[in-house]
Design a protein around this ligand. Structure first.
Ligand SMILES: C=C(O[C@@H]1C=C(C(=O)O)C=C[C@H]1O)C(=O)O
Length: 178
């Protein structure tokens, strides 16, 4: 049974998903370095681009508020992007930033620059454990085999990054269906 579009994805620890995951997908899902950098590299001659889908203040979904330890009514800064190779979306990502740690980081000015390329330049960046889902992105129509999320911390700044790998990426790279 999978969740329908629009409902909260169900997340479980990375290790729990391993038996159902091909080795090829494990390389993508379990990696802890920058996904932006990996996509650029795997894309070869293809042009990489972050397409900004939405960026706003809003209420996190319930699963997001729980992961961040936020009261469910508290607003956060939400950013949704498609990571595209030659304009084809391979990954859609949604990031949730509690306002308490924002401190004028001016993330709204990132626009179509990758959040990852900023994050991974922070020397004291910490990344929490990866969690995995096989449910679709609640904010995007295209489906895919796997999604993952993890919490990044940089001093008082925290961001929950959720990345949904799309079927288009599997097709273009010749990856197995799961
Ligand atoms: C966390 C990273 O950043 C990526 C870029 C994002 C953005 O620009 O909003 C969002 C999520 C990630 O897919 C990364 O590159 O690993």
């Amino acid at each position: 049974m999978s969740n329908g579009p629009g409902s909260d994805p169900r997340w479980r620890p990375l290790a729990a998903a391993r038996p159902a995951m091909s080795a090829a997908w494990w390389q993508w899902v379990a990696s802890r370095d920058s996904l932006t950098a990996r996509l650029v590299s795997a894309g070869g001659q293809r042009a990489f681009r972050v397409r900004l889908l939405d960026q706003r203040l809003g209420r996190p979904r319930r699963d997001e508020a729980l992961a961040l330890g936020l009261p469910p009514t508290r607003h956060a800064w939400l950013r949704e992007v498609a990571l595209c190779l030659d304009e084809r979306p391979w990954v859609v990502a949604r990031s949730v930033v509690p306002l308490s740690g924002l401190h004028g980081q001016r993330l709204d000015r990132l626009g179509e620059r990758s959040l990852g390329s900023w994050l991974f330049r922070q020397p004291d960046l910490e990344r929490g454990p990866l969690e995995v889902s096989a449910d679709p992105a609640p904010f995007h129509a295209a489906s895919g085999p796997w999604a993952r999320r993890s919490l990044f911390r940089h001093r008082r700044f925290a961001v929950l990054v959720q990345e949904f790998f799309l079927e288009r990426m599997a097709d273009d790279l010749g990856l197995p269906s799961r």
